[in-house]
Design a protein around this ligand. Structure first.
Ligand SMILES: [Zn+2]
Ligand SMILES: [Zn+2]
Length: 466
């Protein structure tokens, strides 16, 4: 048996690990590299494996850095099966089509320039028909139901508590010469006690472990005061008839905010019926998928449902449809909450809301997610005097607030808790899904926990096991 680490090795994105065993080639994830555009495009375009020779893909969850290169795998000849949970499959259907749309829009811009310069035009990595072809290859796979996917190779999913559909991947491998292995891949591990979703599980007995390291060296602030702060902002916009603009990712974060608003309303903490506009077609679709999969909810969310309340429905919540309806909000009177994508303000409808919000000191821009360097979101967090929105330098006068407690990733304490329970038989541990200093921190953490053989693999590096 061999494992080769092609993506999310010494970096966070592009999750892809190849397991070769019992004559089969199995990919764990097939994600997109994100970051600097040109470099990412080259990496994404040049798949390090021959897609026609891959038998199976096991997909941990729908985030683009884990699933985003699957349509290209199909475009280049993959005809095997993709094992994932039902909700992951449904989320992939909408997210990968959205990824096609974003690529197309991006390329139109770049190609316009290249055409003028007489340069060869770029093609997208994949198009919608590739996504449609991919969707035929999915095999919906339930939690806790071991499935022999190939002779001597048994797959079982466990809860990862990260986003809807996220799974821990366990592979039991029986080889011909009697060497058995249990491999456990964390995918992305959720932060314990986040709203809606159930806590991650602790599958035991793995001897080979692949663990994510996104926040291996960091502790998240407590989520305790999220509701208090939201309540404060709601009162503020209510008094001033102002807007609360929340740039948020469509999948996961948007649903968390809706949930928190619901909890406030339950406790009569919402001043009066403030309208909530969810302004992203993808958010609307994702919220519907979240609402349809109540079987994965945690106890608190279930209790809400049993009491006759839907945690993802909010009175006064409006899903904004067309771009015209979205634009109409620019001049509409407050108080109102607008939740719009993209989460880092790099594109999408949030941009024209920002343009109309940022100059009024009564408005609040609430940042609820990680903002990468060189993004507009980061410049807002840094409270620059002016920001460039839709090509125009605009003074940033609105109040900027940041809530850092809503991460979907376990922090060092969460990772330590999880590893403490799953590590007992681990002989080989691999720290993946993290920048170099994060994977190094994970290797140290593993060694502190008594896992002697812990490494952070380099991209393309192969490890053999008897
Ligand atoms: Zn993820
Ligand atoms: Zn990830």
């Amino acid at each position: 048996m061999r494992i080769t680490f092609y993506g999310a090795a010494q970096t966070t994105t592009g999750s892809m690990h190849l397991v070769e065993t019992n004559g089969k080639r199995i990919l764990l994830d097939c994600g997109l590299f994100q970051g600097h555009r040109k470099e990412a495009f080259e990496k994404n375009r040049n798949l390090p494996v021959d897609p026609a020779k891959i038998d199976y893909v096991i997909l941990s969850h729908a985030h683009i850095d884990h699933s985003g290169n699957l349509p290209q795998l199909v475009r280049q000849g993959f005809r095997g099966r993709v094992f994932a949970r039902q909700s992951t499959m449904e989320l992939c259907d909408i997210m990968l089509r959205d990824s096609c749309y974003l690529q197309k829009r991006d390329l139109e811009c770049i190609n316009k320039k290249r055409r003028r310069e007489g340069k060869k035009l770029f093609e997208p990595l994949y198009e919608e028909n590739d996504v449609t072809a991919l969707m035929q290859l999915f095999v919906p796979t339930h939690l806790h139901q071991p499935r022999e996917i190939a002779p001597g190779v048994t797959l079982e999913f466990f809860n990862a508590g990260h986003i809807l559909g996220s799974a821990l991947v366990q592979l039991d491998i029986r080889s011909d010469h009697g060497h058995n292995h249990r491999l456990l891949f964390s995918g992305d591990l959720g932060q314990p006690d986040q709203p809606i979703l159930r806590h991650y599980e602790y599958p035991a007995g793995a001897d080979i472990l692949l663990v994510e390291s996104t926040y291996a060296d960091r502790y998240h602030p407590s989520a305790d005061d999220v509701e208090l702060r939201l309540e404060k902002y709601l009162r503020h916009i209510d008094r001033r008839n102002a807007k609360l603009l929340i740039p948020a990712f469509s999948v996961g974060r948007t649903q968390q905010i809706i949930y928190y608003l619901n909890r406030l309303r339950e406790r009569n903490k919402v001043p009066r019926e403030v309208k909530v506009y969810i302004d992203s077609p993808l958010s609307q679709k994702a919220t519907r998928i979240y609402a349809n999969h109540r079987e994965v909810y945690n106890e608190e969310a279930r209790a809400m449902i049993e009491a006759g309340r839907n945690p993802l429905e909010y009175p006064g919540m409006v899903f904004v449809g067309t771009p015209e309806e979205s634009m109409a909000l620019n001049d509409a009177p407050g108080p109102m909450i607008i939740i719009a994508a993209s989460g880092m303000c790099e594109g999408g409808r949030v941009l024209h809301h920002l343009k109309h919000c940022v100059q009024d000191p009564d408005n609040i821009i609430l940042i609820v997610g990680f903002q990468a360097e060189n993004t507009l979101g980061r410049r807002i967090v840094e409270k620059r005097e002016t920001i460039r929105v839709l090509g125009e330098e605009t003074p940033l006068k609105a109040q900027v607030e940041v809530i850092n407690a809503l991460s979907a990733h376990a922090d060092r304490a969460g990772l330590k808790d999880w590893l403490g329970e799953v590590k007992d038989n681990v002989r080989h541990a691999f720290a993946v899904h993290g920048e170099p200093e994060k994977v190094s921190a994970m290797v140290e953490l593993l060694k502190d926990l008594g896992v002697k053989n812990a490494v952070a693999p380099q991209p393309g590096q192969t490890y053999k096991f008897d």
